[in-house]
Every structure is written in structure tokens, then in C-alpha cells.
Design a protein around this ligand. Structure first.
Ligand code: ZN
Length: 136
């Protein structure tokens, strides 16, 4: 049976990356490990490790992506939580069997060989949930 291992990250949608760092980095003291452009998501992402998990600050880099529309509609704030699972395909099959609505029916391939998929917030009581399976 597929098992959730830990919270990998919490993603927060922002409209001003540097402005947001005044809270997460400067006030709370979380380290800024690195930032990267993610062309697939059309976003710039800042990674701030917090123990065994990370806070990700996500800023859309175009006006017409899904993230940009979300930001436009709801404003800055929490976007999704990501749980690491040991067997993503097994977990997706289990969720489908239980009638959970998935945004990605099949695992997608992310940077560094990780597999990921999103669960629709309608099936998770208003929370967007991402699942990761990390390589090796
Ligand atoms: Zn994520």
C-alpha cells in the first residue's frame, strides 16, 4: 500500500518575490537556498528549507498561466501543500478507486527525475494537494 512519507513543501503564491522575503527570510529567519525559473509552470520559485520540508515562494512570470490567473482571482496566499509518497502510481490508483478527482491522472516528470501529480481541491476539501515521488 502506498505511504505518505512527509510534507515535502508548502507553496505560496506571491506577486512580489523580494517583497515576500522580508517576512519568510528576514523576519522568520528561514534561509533562502536558491531561486529558479520554471518554464513549464511559467514561474520563478524561491526555495526556503524549513527542517525536513521547504517553503516555496512562487511568482508567475507571465500573465496568462494557470498560476497567474489564480493569483489574479484570489490574490497572494497559500497555493498547495506537497506530500512525498513512496509510490506515486500506486497512490493515484488508490485515489481513483476512492473517487478522488485528480488534476493529473498520470504522474508528470519534474526536474531532477522526480514524479509529481496534483489532486483537485474539490476532492480535498478546498486544499490543492501535490504528490511527489523522489528518485532513488
Ligand atoms: Zn509544489
Amino acid at each position: 500500500m502506498p505511504t505518505i512519507k512527509r510534507i515535502d513543501h508548502i507553496a505560496i503564491l506571491v506577486d512580489d518575490l523580494d517583497g515576500t522575503l522580508d517576512f519568510w527570510r528576514d523576519a522568520l529567519g528561514l534561509p533562502l537556498a536558491h531561486t529558479e525559473e520554471n518554464p513549464a509552470e511559467q514561474a520563478k520559485i524561491a526555495f526556503l528549507p524549513a527542517g525536513d520540508s521547504e517553503i516555496e515562494l512562487v511568482k508567475p512570470t507571465t500573465d496568462d498561466s494557470g498560476l497567474a490567473r489564480y493569483l489574479e482571482k484570489r490574490g497572494p496566499g497559500m497555493h498547495h501543500i506537497c506530500l512525498e509518497v513512496d509510490d506515486l502510481e500506486g497512490m493515484l490508483a488508490q485515489l481513483k478507486e476512492k473517487g478522488i478527482q485528480l488534476i493529473n491522472e498520470e504522474p508528470r516528470l519534474g526536474s531532477g527525475g522526480k514524479k509529481y501529480a496534483f489532486i483537485h481541491p474539490k476532492s480535498a476539501h478546498g486544499v490543492m494537494v501535490e504528490l511527489y515521488e523522489l528518485p532513488g
